[in-house]
Design a protein around this ligand. Structure first.
Ligand code: SAM
Ligand code: SF4
Length: 341
């Protein structure tokens, strides 16, 4: 549980480049009920359970960040909703929303368990969910996710909508797989009043196949869309890597996350915590801080607080992603499901 200092958040985490760290992404599990082709191999080996932070430890570490000025938390994974008793964590963290120390708790999910959990998430204080949907074709959905079922996810979307959750849809643009469907996805998302964000594949973790086959630059996607739709530049920002346009024909918002072709580091306000308590100060760099050690060394949070301050003092200026066409090895060896997308 959080220490006695949890009710004040007067401090601010400022990195060496003057960026205030106000956003924490937390992977609560590396496990998943899907096996998306760009994310993991079908026979992915997962971490031993004892390596994962317990829900109580996740609460303690998130609360430490809130105490030091983090205003937004995103819970991700793996698939966060497959973690046993995960609603407990959402409810526990909800106390920071109630006392005004946190602006929002959001969730990134594949939607497979949303039908079951949407109402409880909403009552725990979650206002928005990001749901990943790469295709609206049931067969293709099976091909991309290997183990997923589109109907289940669409029922999850309906449940989220009925529960009053705001929805954003994330779509990874994949060469030769869903590139012919991206316009349909815009109409689908915007027709439901949801924002849509296209994501470029990132070279994170070995997936058992060649990533250069999947890579579709969003600059190409954007140019193609502009032949058919009017994309108006938008000043809307979330502090994250997405750049937004408004699609005139639908009135909806469309984001582009292009880590490989653009540099979004100068406004980076975020850090990422893995499900084992390792803090990555940059998605594209290997330097990390172990927060599990201070968490487990003492029930007092002083060492944990110090470790967080020390880590932020090492946040690098930016990343350097490359899909290496000769060696085909990932630029960063850890999987997105461990770091948290
Ligand atoms: N399981 C949840 C989901 O799929 O939404 C949350 C975790 S997943 C790792 C978070 C996001 O990362 C998803 O939108 C997924 O499509 C995206 N993602 C996974 N691997 C990726 C990769 N190598 N490049 C780009 N996006 C990736
Ligand atoms: Fe699971 Fe999300 Fe990775 Fe797909 S992208 S395998 S749903 S963690």
């Amino acid at each position: 549980m959080a220490g006695p200092a949890a009710d004040t958040n007067t401090q601010q985490l400022i990195d060496p480049f003057g960026r205030a760290i106000s956003y924490l992404r937390v992977s609560v599990t590396d496990r998943c009920d899907f096996r998306c082709v760009y994310c993991m191999s079908e026979h992915m080996t997962f971490l031993p359970k004892q390596d994962l932070l317990s829900l109580e430890e996740l609460d303690r570490v998130c609360s430490a960040f809130v105490r030091q000025g983090v205003r937004r938390l995103r819970i991700t994974g793996g698939e966060p909703l497959v973690r046993k008793n995960i609603l407990w964590l959402f409810r526990a963290l909800g106390r920071h929303l109630e006392r005004g120390a946190l602006d929002e708790i959001t969730l990134t999910t594949n939607g497979s368990q949303l039908e079951k959990h949407a109402r409880d998430l909403k009552s725990a204080g979650v206002a928005r969910v990001n749901v990943s949907i790469d295709t609206l074709d049931a067969d293709k959905f099976k091909t991309i996710t290997r183990w997923g079922n589109l109907d289940t996810v669409l029922r999850g979307l309906d449940a989220a909508e009925s529960a009053g959750l705001k929805i954003k849809i994330n779509t990874v643009a994949l060469k030769g797989i869903n590139e012919d469907e991206l316009e349909d996805l815009i109409h689908f998302a915007h027709g439901r009043g949801a924002d849509l964000t296209f994501i470029e594949t990132m070279p994170l973790g070995d997936i058992g196949e060649d990533r250069t086959d999947q890579y579709l630059p969003l600059s190409i996607v954007r140019a193609r869309l502009m032949d058919r739709m009017t994309l108006e530049e938008s000043a809307y920002r979330t502090g994250g890597p997405a750049r937004y346009v408004t699609v005139k024909e639908t009135g909806g918002r469309l984001g582009f996350i292009t880590p490989l072709t653009h540099n979004f580091c100068e406004s980076c306000n975020r850090v990422r915590l893995t499900c084992t308590g390792t803090l990555y100060m940059c998605l594209g760099q290997e330097d990390a801080a172990d927060l599990r050690k201070p968490l487990r060394a003492s029930s007092d949070d002083a060492a944990l607080d110090d470790a967080i301050v020390d880590a932020i003092a090492r946040k690098p200026k930016g990343h350097d992603f490359v899909i290496d066409r000769r060696s085909k090895t990932p630029a960063v060896s850890r999987h997105m499901s461990v770091t948290g997308g």
